[in-house]
Design a protein around this ligand. Structure first.
Ligand SMILES: [Zn+2]
Ligand SMILES: [Zn+2]
Ligand SMILES: [Zn+2]
Length: 362
């Protein structure tokens, strides 16, 4: 503890203690926007390049990224995280989903089985048995007993061995309040904040994200600043490559436009960095790809190892020719193993699924 304090001060060394992190973050709070966001990115880089939410049952939202911050600071930092993710310094990854009350958004829910007719939680349940010989199905309490064995109330047969002469086919619930009997109780969430009662299927969910540094994020930390000047906002530093968010919106726009005018449109998904490849090697490959494209084609980032080539007015067969020629020439020139595939899009709504599938193939 004492050691991490002396090392941590003023450096990027990981600081594990929550109060200490809160103290450091509170120092960021009063800086101008760009310095504060950069400081946050540096903090995440120093903590291993990943920011994972922590569950906080007493907290209104239910989780925090950094414990110990006041509400205003936390809201400011949450919006900074969105800012950094929207500009590709961080990547949002699915972490979990949190269940909420639709009336007040609280996550403090008591979820349990209730009576289908009166909603009471005062339920009793017993197994239901099926007697093979006569087909009788009923709650275990409706069977008689003879020594250790049960007796079927319909045919007076003896039930000796489960699986041989009878089976358990579920449970029967009885409400101790209204005496209704049923096999499938309702599942309901009772909000401990506002008292609202909501059937399970009507409860709402929020996605909870974790954040991971991208190559662009690491590059920013190395350069000592965010690449947010007007001339830097569209492309990656010193690369003829649109940033991911820019590339994705260009792509959606192209898909919509070409569909409207019934013009064929294809894209290529290319792995520019083989497993274990370096960032510098990747940059060289990206530049070579750009050299081989037409002016009307767009080149953009898909993820740290994969780029996206948009080929307007190009049918699938034409795109295949472009891909084969390009992969051959780029691999030969750079000596890197570059692989890729052609993607076409049914409509703008399915862009993400199509790209996700394609990027896993390359
Ligand atoms: Zn009832
Ligand atoms: Zn029977
Ligand atoms: Zn509520």
């Amino acid at each position: 503890m004492a050691m991490s304090r002396s090392i941590g001060k003023g450096t990027n060394a990981p600081v594990k203690d929550d109060t200490e992190i809160a103290k450091l973050l509170n120092l960021l709070r009063n800086l101008p926007d760009d310095e504060r966001r950069f400081g946050m990115l540096k903090r995440i880089a120093g903590d291993g390049g990943k920011l994972t939410p922590k569950w906080a049952p007493a907290d209104q939202v239910g989780y925090v990224y950094w414990p110990g911050l006041d509400r205003a600071t936390r809201e400011l930092f949450d919006s900074d995280l969105s800012y950094l993710a929207d500009r590709d310094y961080l990547r949002r990854e699915h972490h979990d989903r949190i269940t909420r009350c639709p009336a007040c958004r609280s996550h403090n829910l008591n979820i349990r089985e209730v009576c289908v007719s009166c909603g009471s939680t005062n339920l009793a349940s017993q197994p239901m048995l099926h007697h093979y010989r006569c087909g009788y199905v009923g709650a275990v309490g409706t069977f008689g007993t003879e020594g250790d064995a049960r007796v079927c109330p319909k045919c007076d047969g003896i039930l000796r061995h489960i699986g041989t002469d009878h089976e358990v086919v579920g449970e029967q619930f009885t409400c101790r309040r209204c005496f209704a009997s049923f096999e499938d109780p309702n599942v309901e969430g009772h909000c401990m904040s506002c008292g609202e009662r909501t059937l399970a299927e009507k409860l709402v969910f929020d996605d909870v994200f974790e954040f991971e540094m991208t190559n662009l994020g690491h590059a920013a930390v190395r350069s000592g600043r965010l690449f947010d000047r007007e001339d830097e906002q569209m492309t990656e530093p010193d690369l003829p490559l649109y940033r991911r968010q820019v590339a994705m919106s260009l792509l959606r726009e192209e898909v919509r436009r070409q569909a409207r005018y019934k013009i064929p449109f294809s894209a290529l998904v290319i792995r520019t960095r083989p497993p274990g490849g370096s960032a510098e090697g990747e940059r060289a490959v990206v530049k070579r790809i750009r050299d081989k494209l037409r002016d009307v084609d767009h080149l953009g980032r898909y993820n740290d190892d994969v780029v996206l080539v948009m080929l307007p007015a190009t049918p699938e067969a034409g795109a295949r020719v472009v891909l084969d020629r390009m992969l051959g020439r780029v691999s030969e020139e750079s000596g890197a193993r570059v692989s890729g595939t052609v993607v076409t899009f049914a409509d703008a709504d399915h862009v993400d699924v199509a790209l996700d599938n394609a990027s896993r193939q390359v």
